[in-house]
Design a binder for this molecule. Structure first.
Ligand code: ASP
Ligand code: MG
Length: 464
């Protein structure tokens, strides 16, 4: 079971989480817990690391004090037994002392490397896990807290977005956690952080706690991985856009991966991988309404919607670039050149389409990278005789329509675009992957919400 930052934001919420854990374990079924940092703490740590780099010692002193007060208050609220509270408090004091040293080190060196940044970021989870574990012990559930490295999660040294070494991890996690489970204890493991084989702290990338949970689930061959969050599961659309949006009861891994990539609910992009490989079902559930069964993600592709469409999502903060020139027609290598240039600049392409006439290629990228992307493309491509123009639009968004049942079903695209046309909305660019799991297209940003609502209505997603 993984609990995100908003589920462990305060001592009161942590008590609630501990109760959920206690209620959901049984004689036959042990539980391993993964926790995120307390809400917003990782962001604050990033800020503190930046301030340290600038040499701001006052900030660091104040920051440490605030962190200490918040975490001690949470421990006090979550743990009623005085001795247990004091033990947990001591762990928090020690760890924050260590964090202060790391930050002071950065002040002195005046440099923030990816390695020292990961070290700073790891403290959010290193402070939350002891409190959750303490709350469990307080309820009479024997528990122990461990860092991701202590649990056995091994990675390479690509700090900031470390790559998992699954074979070593599997071996180590079994060795470290199975004895605890045999004793009926509940291991509480820090999400997001791991270690290299030399014991250096690494992180798995923002939102990495989900990934930690599926890694541990896969290593231990768990029956299920439960991601407890603050929504009812994956939804047919963002409820802020479509008030009648519904929770999707079941999805395949493929569908869920598409949905998470398109940002239905920010989830780590690799989070489903380990579970999918081992065929371990993943359940997304709401901590604040545990009676709801949430969304079950399984291997089987159970297609229930006869129309094939399961969800429609909106991706904001994107921009579209169009590279055009008659000389591109029949000139192999143009697309390769465009991708190579952007790849070298580390600019990720979210969507691509080329007309059959080959006279232009359109791309969608993150909006904050637009200027850099256009400059790079202009420098690399203009002046070559086959490219005439690099154009861009930054007031657009992507609408993605998803569902495995769309595959091989004629007429879905026509219904999508008729519904959009009916609203008088102009479609700027279209792409459908040959997987046929999604159709994505670009519209003006101010039309994004209306587009989502039109499609949700056309496929009657609130009644499925
Ligand atoms: N605390 C980390 C983050 O905010 C990891 C997580 O919450 O999953 O990115
Ligand atoms: Mg999170």
């Amino acid at each position: 079971m993984k609990f995100g930052g908003s589920s462990v934001a305060t001592g009161k919420k942590i008590r609630h989480v501990a109760k959920l854990i206690a209620e959901n374990r049984s004689e036959e079924c042990g539980v391993v817990v993964v926790v995120s940092a307390l809400e917003n703490v990782t962001n604050q740590l990033i800020q503190a690391a930046e301030e340290a780099k600038k040499g701001n010692r006052d900030y660091i002193r104040k920051f440490k004090q605030e962190m200490l007060e918040r975490h001690l208050a949470a421990a006090k609220e979550a743990i009623s037994d005085k001795r247990l509270e004091a033990d947990t408090g001591q762990v928090l004091i020690d760890r924050l002392g260590e964090l202060e040293q790391v930050l002071t080190g950065i002040v002195f060196v005046g440099e923030l490397t990816p390695k020292s940044r990961d070290n700073v970021l790891s403290f959010g989870e290193k402070l939350s896990a002891p409190i959750v574990s303490g709350a469990l012990n307080d309820m009479g559930v024997s528990s122990q807290h461990l860092t991701g490295g202590e649990a056995g999660i091994a990675t390479d040294n690509n700090f900031g977005e470390a790559g998992l070494l699954m074979n070593v991890t599997k071996f180590q996690v079994k060795k470290n956690l199975e004895p605890l489970l045999k004793k009926r204890a509940v291991p509480v493991v820090t999400g997001f952080i791991a270690a290299t084989q030399n014991g250096e702290t690494t992180t798995l990338g923002r939102g990495g706690s989900d990934y930690t949970a599926t890694i541990l689930g896969a290593a231990l061959e768990a029956d299920e991985v439960w991601i407890w969050t603050d929504v009812d599961g994956l939804m047919t659309a963002d409820p802020k856009i479509v008030s009648s949006a519904k929770t999707i009861n079941e999805m395949s891994f493929q569908e869920a991966t598409e949905l998470t990539i398109f940002g239905a609910k920010a989830m780590h992009p690799r989070a489903l991988e380990p579970a999918r490989k081992e065929g371990i079902p993943v359940r997304i559930r709401n901590v604040f309404s545990p009676a709801n069964q949430g969304t079950l993600i399984t291997k089987e592709k159970k297609v229930k919607t006869e129309d094939g469409v399961k969800a429609v999502t909106l991706v904001r903060n994107v921009a579209m670039i169009t590279v055009s020139g008659a000389g591109m027609v029949g000139a192999p290598g143009t697309a390769a050149k465009v991708f190579e240039v952007l790849g070298k600049e580390n600019i990720n392409i979210l969507m691509i389409s080329q007309s059959v006439s080959e006279s232009n290629i359109s791309l969608v990228i993150q909006r904050n990278l637009l200027e850099r992307a256009v400059n790079t493309l202009e420098i690399a491509l203009l002046g070559r005789d086959f490219i005439r123009e690099v154009m861009s639009e930054d007031d657009v968004c992507v609408v993605a329509v998803l569902g495995a049942g769309m595959k091989g079903m004629p007429g879905v695209a026509s219904r999508i675009f008729s519904a959009v046309a009916h609203e008088g909305i102009n479609v700027r660019m279209i792409a459908q992957g040959s997987s046929e799991l999604n159709v994505s297209f670009v519209v003006k940003e101010k039309k994004g919400d209306d587009t989502v609502r039109a499609i949700h209505k056309e496929f009657k997603l609130s009644t499925k």
